[in-house]
Structures are given as structure tokens and as C-alpha cells.
Design a protein around this ligand. Structure first.
Ligand SMILES: [Fe+2]
Length: 217
């Protein structure tokens, strides 16, 4: 486990530094798959390269060594973002999230923990998830809670275009509250904790231009 993740369960990084072209995600094949709201998912890397949104454990595998799907051919910039991290990656998906009704119902209905480490071999690095927010949703945010029922444990990560962050989603309860009248798109990739992921996190450390997530009083 990486030191920064041990402390809080999440790390906010500086934003992605290049323009993002909607052609990278709007032309992909999206599946009807509900997780954390009214969602669809496009699979970029799966357990076997098939267009399968399920967890790798459905194939008897840990969430590592993802195989690129046909979708990835349409999204070379996003594929390169994943490989440039340099760490072992598993499932990679684009989430398309329709606007939320209100934050209270997001907390009530959609806060959840992931199951990233099912079948992860003893002694190997823990699997966490990294996000790249693709659409510009500065008023939307990811809600993180250490304790599902305790708002005092809540942090919020705003979601402007290019927002990058890493979350131990098996530890933290999480869901996105998305405002606006258009879907929010983001890439979600599973990574193995280890020196490579730490190097990437260090290289993308927060600066004054990208303050860390706000903590509620
Ligand atoms: Fe999740």
C-alpha cells in the first residue's frame, strides 16, 4: 500500500495537462450497466479482451493484466494514459453518468465500496482505482466517506475536465453527485499499488493550481 493512500484512502493529483477530444469516448460502444447511478459503461480493457463489463473475478482472475478491447482502438489517447502510468493495470472503463437528482439521494442510494482485491494473490500489491475525468463538470464531485453513515468522514473531489485522482475504493465508500443537463464521462482504471504507481503519483503531485479535495467541517 502506498503511504498517501494509507492516510486518507485517496490522493488528488494535478489535472491532465493536455486537451481531451470527445472523439476518444463518444464513439465507443456503451453497455447498459448500472453502478453508482444511471450509468452506461464502455469497456477499454477486460479480463480477456471481450466487451465484458464484469469484474475479472467472474473469470477467476484478479483485477490485473487487463486486455484491450476493440473499443481501445478508438481511444488511443486514453489507452496511452493508462500505459503511461507504468503500473500493472486491470479493468479499464469509461463511465457515462447521467445527471443526479440530488446529493442526498446519491448518498442514500449509491454510496458503495468496490471489490477490487477479490482473488488478488497473497503478497501482491493491493488494487486501487485511478480516475481521469473527461468532461468538464466543475460543480460535480465524487463523495468519499470512510464511514458510510458519518458525514464528518466525508471528502469531496471536484470533477473539472482532466481531474486525476486515485482512490482505494475498497476502503472508502464512494459515489458521484453529478449536476448539469448532460452526461459526465470519466475513465476508471484499476492499478496495482507498488513502486511504479508511486512514481506516477509523485510525478503528478498536486500544485497550488490544483488544490486537494475540500474537507467538510
Ligand atoms: Fe465503485
Amino acid at each position: 500500500m502506498l503511504p498517501g493512500l494509507v492516510d486518507t484512502g485517496f490522493i488528488t493529483l494535478r489535472p491532465y495537462g493536455q486537451a481531451l477530444d470527445p472523439a476518444q469516448w463518444e464513439g465507443l460502444t456503451y453497455l447498459d450497466w448500472k453502478s453508482g447511478g444511471d450509468t452506461n459503461f464502455a469497456v477499454l480493457a477486460s479480463a480477456n479482451g471481450e466487451d465484458d463489463p464484469r469484474g475479472f473475478w467472474e473469470h477467476g482472475l484478479p483485477d490485473k493484466d487487463g486486455v484491450w478491447t476493440v473499443n481501445a482502438q478508438t481511444a488511443p489517447v486514453l489507452r496511452d494514459w493508462v500505459t503511461a502510468v507504468g503500473a500493472r493495470y486491470g479493468r479499464v472503463r469509461i463511465i457515462k453518468l447521467q445527471p443526479s437528482t440530488d446529493s442526498a439521494s446519491v448518498i442514500e442510494r449509491y454510496l458503495h465500496q468496490d471489490d477490487n482485491n477479490r482473488l488478488n494473490p497473497e503478497g501482491e500489491g493491493r488494487v486501487v482505482r485511478a480516475w481521469l475525468n473527461l468532461t468538464d463538470n466543475p460543480d460535480s464531485y465524487m463523495i468519499l466517506r470512510e464511514d458510510r453513515d458519518d458525514p464528518a468522514t466525508e471528502h469531496r473531489i471536484p470533477l473539472p475536465m482532466g481531474a486525476q485522482f486515485v482512490v482505494d475504493t475498497e476502503r472508502l465508500w464512494h459515489a458521484v453527485y453529478h449536476v448539469g443537463d448532460a452526461p459526465r464521462y470519466a475513465m476508471i482504471a484499476s492499478f496495482e499499488c507498488g513502486p511504479a504507481l508511486q512514481d506516477w503519483i509523485d510525478a503528478n503531485a498536486v500544485t497550488e493550481a490544483a488544490p486537494p479535495a475540500t474537507q467538510l467541517a
